[in-house]
Design a protein around this ligand. Structure first.
Ligand SMILES: *[C@@H]1O[C@H](CO)[C@@H](O)[C@H](O)[C@H]1NC(C)=O
Ligand SMILES: *[C@@H]1O[C@H](CO)[C@@H](O)[C@H](O)[C@H]1NC(C)=O
Ligand SMILES: *[C@@H]1O[C@H](CO)[C@@H](O)[C@H](O)[C@H]1NC(C)=O
Ligand SMILES: *[C@@H]1O[C@H](CO)[C@@H](O)[C@H](O)[C@H]1NC(C)=O
Ligand SMILES: *[C@@H]1O[C@H](CO)[C@@H](O)[C@H](O)[C@H]1NC(C)=O
Length: 285
């Protein structure tokens, strides 16, 4: 657990003096002193890295990452499953790469233990106003439920679990540039996104929806507002409950993410039992 103090420098100087050299030693050993809060951490067997972060009992006070990019790590069955909420819906985090994240809808994900999931999608993917976007490696699928007959562009689905409450036909279409205009006799339409390569890998779309959908879709992120200066100076954007946006930078931390970072920071770290106590003083030149 990490504590964070903002002491008056003089009041703590005497207290800190005995451990000062230990502290300098610790700081000197670290090549990249960007805060511990910014280090990638495992959630189950998925490595969670910036700008994503793990929701825990410290992240209510501060975290290193973008707002809305928090990942929960609940224990489900025998394992820990990383989950993110987007637009009120839960997604399982399959992989975080250098510049993209692979998610799959919890409702169709095979990673979640329990009875086999029906690959019936329940909702579209709502990215809200988060700085996230679909990558170009995806394709969209449109699902049409409770149709008198399938629209001419779509194909009928015969997977039994698709039919609830005496619904009539269900149909699917790999969306392309052709607009979905046809005589329409369905009562519900849901659009979801999958990695295009998985459609090619399982050519029989109609019987292999249960293989394709759980593999998920890919999103990329763009820099969140207010983090330009911080990230351009090799910092990491974060949030603190007292100051809002903060910058974890190679010099330490600054409460304002979008300002010039201090030219020098004195850092003190010491260990108190199992706690690492961190305190610092910023020097502007
Ligand atoms: C935070 O969680 C850890 C375990 O995840 C626990 O050991 C610690 O006591 C918790 N701290 C607080 C303040 O709740
Ligand atoms: C910020 O978090 C700390 C530690 O959890 C808490 O004591 C404090 O009340 C919080 N401040 C605000 C403004 O929420
Ligand atoms: C779909 O997932 C949501 C959580 O996002 C859950 O509340 C709901 O029960 C799931 N529905 C089905 C039919 O699996
Ligand atoms: C899929 O739909 C989303 C919006 O729902 C859109 O942003 C994206 O460009 C579409 N992807 C393709 C490959 O058409
Ligand atoms: C399916 O469509 C019929 C005819 O429009 C409608 O009466 C029925 O309520 C619909 N069922 C569901 C589950 O939406």
């Amino acid at each position: 657990m990490t504590g964070l103090f903002y002491p008056h420098p003089h009041s703590l100087l005497l207290l800190l003096l005995p451990i000062f050299f230990i502290a300098l030693h610790a700081a000197a050993q670290s090549n990249n002193p960007i805060s511990l809060h910014c280090h990638p951490r495992y959630c189950g067997d998925v490595l969670i890295s910036y700008p994503f972060w793990i929701i825990d009992n410290e992240s209510t006070t501060q975290y290193c990452g973008y707002q809305g990019f928090g990942i929960n790590c609940p224990t489900i069955g025998d394992g820990i499953l990383p989950e993110i909420t987007l637009g009120g819906d839960l997604y399982y985090v399959r992989l975080i790469k250098q510049d993209s994240i692979l998610l799959s809808d919890i409702n169709v994900s095979l990673a979640v233990p329990g009875p086999p999931k029906c690959p019936r999608v329940r909702h579209g993917i709502n990215l809200q106003t988060l700085p996230l976007d679909f990558t170009t490696s995806n394709a969209n699928l449109s699902f049409h439920f409770n149709c008198t007959r399938c629209p001419s562009f779509a194909t009928e689905i015969r997977i039994p679990c698709f039919f609830e409450r005496n619904e009539r036909k269900a149909c699917v279409h790999v969306m392309n540039t052709i607009t979905e205009e046809a005589e329409y006799s369905c009562t519900e339409k849901v659009v979801t996104t999958v990695v295009r390569e998985h459609i090619n890998e399982f050519p029989n779309l109609l019987t292999q929806l249960g293989e394709i959908l759980p593999k998920g879709f890919e999103l990329e992120w763009s820099r969140t507002d207010g983090c330009e200066k911080c990230e351009e100076s090799d910092g990491r954007c974060g949030w603190h409950n007292t100051t809002g946006l903060i910058c974890f930078c190679s010099h330490g931390m600054d409460s304002r993410a979008n300002v010039k970072v201090p030219s020098l920071q004195l850092q003190f770290y010491f260990q108190l039992g199992k706690f690492i106590v961190y305190t610092s003083k910023l020097i502007y030149r």
